[in-house]
Write a new protein. Structure first.
Length: 131
């Protein structure tokens, strides 16, 4: 009986250590996973063809019009802002860059907005969540 208890205890400790290790390496959940548009709700359609197509944000990938970016490190900056290190590929080129995404809550005067800030160039763009 003691060997069964010892085996069960060892198994439970091993499982707990695995869960702790997984939690330590898991990426922080970001509040802006989904599709975001900057030029009208019609650009959210799956069959939309144009260079102003909606931005798709996944857990590990960003998809723009002609490029896809793998998300590397994710650092939480504030309650709803994150810095993402990206490796982007498109049009035969590869680029490494950091981007800040900040989510602004819906208010009486504005829809929920997602700001994309590119610190290196100073580029800023506001997106609305796709319906």
């Amino acid at each position: 009986m003691e060997s069964v208890v010892a085996t069960a205890r060892t198994w439970l400790i091993a499982m707990a250590l695995c869960l702790v290790a997984h939690a330590a390496t898991a990426r922080p959940a970001t509040p802006f996973v989904g599709r975001w548009q900057w030029d009208g709700a019609e650009t959210c359609a799956a069959n939309y063809e144009g260079d102003n197509v909606a931005l798709q944000i996944g857990d590990r990938k960003l998809i723009f019009y002609e490029s896809k970016c793998d998300i590397g490190a994710v650092r939480k900056l504030g309650d709803n802002s994150y810095r993402l290190d990206l490796v982007c590929r498109g049009e035969g080129e590869t680029e490494r860059k950091s981007v800040i995404f900040a989510l602004l809550a819906k208010s009486k005067v504005s829809d929920e907005l997602l700001l994309r800030i590119e610190p290196k160039s100073g580029f800023v763009l506001a997106y609305r969540r796709c319906p």
